[in-house]
Design a protein around this ligand. Sequence first.
Ligand SMILES: [Zn+2]
Length: 255
Amino acid sequence: MDRYARHSVLPWFGPGGQQELGESSVLIVGCGGTGCACSAFLVRAGVGTVRISDPDVVSSTDLHRQLLYTEDDVEKGRPKSVAARKRLGAANSTVVLEAVEERFDTSSVAGLIEGIDLLVDCSDSFETRMLINDVCLKYSIPWIHGACVGTAGIVIPFPGGESACYRCIVDHIPAPGSVPTNEETGILGPVAGMTGSLEAAEAIKMLLRPDAVTQRIVHFDTWLHLYESIEIRRKPGCPVCVGRRFEYLSGRETR
Ligand SMILES: [Zn+2]
């Protein structure tokens, strides 16, 4: 029995869709709540190579939402990259799994993006997202942003070309304390999973049918029962996608 039979039958997968996924390489930046869900679905979907970067070790406060980790990982102080590779490998041994215990920054970026077709942002910092935006625009790598806090989440696909970029929406890194964080505000476990799952769905679509990707912000709040999608457009004068100035990559801009 073909393990991908329930995917292959989807009309937009087409006859070669599964093979195309199997020849694709994806980098997932961060393997917390969103990264666990996203990587699990992409590995189970049969993406050829899944590379994960995360510098942290598993903590007890991660367990309510980070589905790849266990109490044993907390007790042993395992790096998330090591624990994730073990669990993901058990789910699909045909996928090449590369788990890197590194933060996505200007010193690691060259190695991390080598050979990838798509990047998924499952990080938790504006600095990382600004750098991802610069890198993906400069090297023409499509990417997907996802973030969540409290009971709300957003996902935005950035297919490249003439579309808007992250900097069109977020002009600068917010001052510390001005934006709620998971540490202060909390995060409902399922909301992290929903955000990562939506990112995985967008990633599969972007790999197989980039022409079908519409660049809209998907925003939801499970407490308010709000589910909306908002159209976005390129900002005239954007320094990155219009001006081609990669200030976070060059280190000229850090905040
Ligand atoms: Zn832009």
